[in-house]
Design a protein around this ligand. Structure first.
Ligand code: AKG
Ligand code: FE2
Length: 331
């Protein structure tokens, strides 16, 4: 039985930044923008301030309106702000492109400002606008396009309960601990080296004996069967351990150069802890770890490039210790 997951779109913030860059004719690529945002310290509470800081980092001239929000001759356009439009209840997130003779031209970027943006909003302000020319098209086109592709991606995700037995989960954890295999996790740097960063604060353990040890060999074979690939494409098992507060912020599992990982089979080895969900910010869902359950998702498209929707992370563990095992399927 392969349960499916239902999702909702929530990526207005990323769209806003991408659009902003576009106004300045800067083409950073959606993937880069989104990965940068989701890697932020403040994730998932991306605020207008965070976005502004991000834009500054990329040298994008703009203004972030703080109350009182008056448009003056000195205002730098585009300006981003949260405004309340006449006769409408909710606030909307906008980019004000220009103001001419009391007519404001703006991009209406969110019909429903996502809660993660609102809760942490540092700058709520109300413009005294006489006439508003709203261009909803950009946002709607974006949302439509993303939604259909998202649906197709979500259909490829599945979970298998009891992929590993209790005994196998325990065996794996004990094996890594007793052989002192856990080391501080690293992330791949742009130059191909590995480094310790705040992006990934957990511990990792590669089980290099997984093709000899009978328990592990059996698991590798089971993974190959489930994923319908040759055993040679199954990478050596990698366990991960997260203590209190540790996390792995959203990332892609494959590498731009080097190892290409077509799919990930993530197996949860325990569930007696709090927090630590596997989160997919692009498609707005998270998976609660369940002992023995395997979660399968695809990382690459037909051109072997990272699929934006596969962006995922391990949310911070808030109590206890989480153990999981990555079984990567190479191209
Ligand atoms: O811990 C999780 O839920 C995700 C782990 C992960 O994405 C990884 O180790 O690559
Ligand atoms: Fe991952």
């Amino acid at each position: 039985m392969k349960p499916k997951f239902h999702t909702i779109a929530h990526h207005y913030t990323a769209n806003l930044v991408i659009h902003f860059l576009g106004l300045h004719h800067i083409n950073m690529g959606r993937l880069k923008v989104r990965t940068a945002l989701y890697g932020k310290e403040t994730y998932p509470a991306t605020t207008m301030q965070d976005i502004s800081t991000e834009l500054q980092g990329w040298g994008v001239r703009h203004e972030l309106k703080t109350a009182p929000c008056n448009i003056t001759d000195a205002t730098v356009f585009p300006t981003m702000a949260v405004v309340r439009i006449q006769d409408q209840e909710e606030e909307v997130l906008v980019i004000i492109e220009s103001v001419e003779e009391q007519q404001v031209r703006l991009q209406y970027l969110s019909a429903d400002v996502p809660t993660y943006a609102v809760d942490e909003l540092t700058v709520l302000q109300y413009l005294d606008i006489k006439e508003v020319v709203v261009d909803k098209e950009f946002c709607e086109a974006c949302a439509q396009e993303d939604l259909s592709k998202q649906d197709a991606y979500v259909d490829t995700i599945f979970a298998v309960e009891d992929f590993l037995s209790e005994e196998e989960c325990k065996y794996m954890i004990d094996y890594c601990e007793q052989h002192n295999l856990f080391y501080r996790s690293m992330t791949g740097a742009a130059d191909g080296s590995n480094e310790v960063t705040g992006h990934r604060t957990s511990y990792s353990a590669f089980i290099t004996t997984c093709r000899q040890d009978t328990v592990f060999k059996d698991i590798v074979e089971r993974a190959a069967d489930l994923m319908e690939v040759e055993i040679a494409r199954v990478e050596d098992l990698q366990c991960v351990r997260y203590g209190d507060g540790q996390e792995y912020r959203p990332h892609f599992d494959s590498f731009e150069t080097g190892v290409k990982r077509k799919a990930t089979l993530l197996v949860y080895l325990n569930d007696d802890f709090e927090g630590g969900e596997t989160i997919f910010p692009e498609i707005g869902f998270s998976v609660s770890p369940k002992k023995g359950m395997a979660l399968s998702f695809i990382n690459l498209d037909e051109q072997h490039t990272d699929l934006i929707y596969s962006l995922h992370g391990g949310a911070p563990v808030t109590a206890g210790t989480k153990f999981a095992c990555n079984i990567w399927i190479q191209l």
